[in-house]
Design a protein around this ligand. Structure first.
Ligand code: CA
Length: 382
């Protein structure tokens, strides 16, 4: 089999109701989709993570200008060799950020292609599934203009609970005192039943983060995500073990080389690589192996459209609990519940939560079909 073409699709659409996180206002949802075509008529799909404030056109340009020339004419079954070649040839201007997002997107498309060629879901190609379904947690709780907080967040939490969620993650990073009152207020408003996590999107330094960590201990917070900048690994080491709240980070780290530092220095309790950002299946399975070797928990970050969501479920199936046990600590699916006009439509609504669980897709490749009408509807032509 040979790769004969790689098409890229930048999808973007303004949000009816813009929302804020600690780094700014999200006005539109966008993503970059890869369509990888082979001489055997098999097409694979991939996606590059597009953060709320990230232009998807950067990853598209990298795929078209830097990666496509490396991949055309190559056998997709040489996926590991192709990954290392892409990383090596982009090293002087890459290693992290949009270059790794772009490598991730084509790597996911290659694995989708392999699965479709063999008639197996990607998790079978990676060694099988440790689980066939997974507990999702709701990501949401963005701030909207003019809403009262924490009252509106308590209402949102109750809506997620009604939909079957038993875990959810609050967006914080809006000021030390504001966050403390908000977190304690939401916990009081919803009771101690649901698992609660908080995510500051690296809005603080060590001192501010420490004050919040100590003050929110009575609210039984499961993990504190990205309290401080991802460059400050020593800062994470200072914060870890200060309280019994797990420390989590990883969505702004890339490749096995990047994660090597976090893992070998035991900087966090929970590692959160994003499949569509850190390097795709080829690299994230290696990050997963490193995490296992250091007995660390890996719970991937997910903030993608349906393609990235399906791919992340394939990856989630393959993550071994560290350690294995009769009732091991299982990973969870980050299930974005914030406004996204094409997240589900792009895959014909194939991924849903039922009775508090999300099933791992078992059809070939990523396990979902792609709605080309949705691509045409949201595609930005340049
Ligand atoms: Ca996050």
């Amino acid at each position: 089999m040979k790769i004969t073409d790689i098409k890229t699709h930048v999808l973007s659409t303004p949000l009816d109701e813009p929302f804020a996180f600690s780094q700014g206002w999200v006005m539109k949802r966008g993503t970059m989709i890869v369509e990888l075509i082979t001489d055997e008529g098999i097409t694979g799909w991939g996606e590059a993570l597009c953060h709320g404030l990230q232009p998807p056109e950067i990853a598209e340009t990298i795929v078209q200008v830097a990666l496509k020339p490396i991949l055309l004419g190559q056998d997709p079954f040489d996926v590991d060799v192709l990954w290392e070649r892409m990383y090596n040839l982009t090293r002087p201007f890459g290693q992290k950020g949009a270059v790794l997002n772009a490598i991730a997107s084509v790597d996911i498309a290659i694995w989708d292609c392999l699965g479709r060629a063999l008639g197996k879901p990607v998790h079978k190609l990676l060694g099988g599934a440790y689980r066939t379904e997974i507990q999702p947690y709701a990501t949401g709780f963005y701030r909207v203009e003019g809403k009262p907080y924490p009252a509106d967040a308590i209402e949102e939490a109750k809506r997620h609970m009604k939909n079957g969620f038993t875990a959810m993650k609050l967006k914080v990073g809006f000021g030390v005192e504001n966050d403390i009152d908000y977190i304690l207020g939401v916990r009081e408003g919803i009771g101690h039943g649901p698992k609660l996590m908080v995510d500051a999107n690296h809005a603080y330094n060590v001192g501010s983060a420490r004050r919040i960590l100590k003050a929110i201990e009575p609210a039984s917070i499961h993990w504190f995500e990205e309290p401080i900048s991802p460059e400050d690994i020593d800062g994470y080491r200072e914060l870890k073990n200060l309280t019994n709240i797990y420390l989590a980070a990883g969505e702004n780290e890339f490749s096995k080389i990047g994660f090597r530092e976090w893992i070998s220095r035991r900087a966090v309790d929970i590692l959160q690589p994003d499949l569509c950002s850190a390097g795709g299946f080829t690299e994230c399975r290696k990050i997963s192996a490193l995490a296992q070797a250091w007995h660390m928990t890996l719970i991937p970050h997910v903030w993608a459209s349906g393609i990235g969501l399906a791919a992340s479920l394939q990856f989630l199936a393959t993550i071994p609990p560290a350690p294995l046990a009769l009732n091991p600590v299982e990973p969870m699916l980050e299930y974005d519940q914030s406004s996204h006009p094409f997240r589900q439509d792009l895959i014909f609504g194939a991924i849903t939560m039922q009775e508090g669980k999300v099933q791992i897709p078992t059809a070939p490749g990523l396990g979902v079909e792609i709605n080309r009408d949705v691509i045409e509807r949201y595609k930005q032509h340049r």
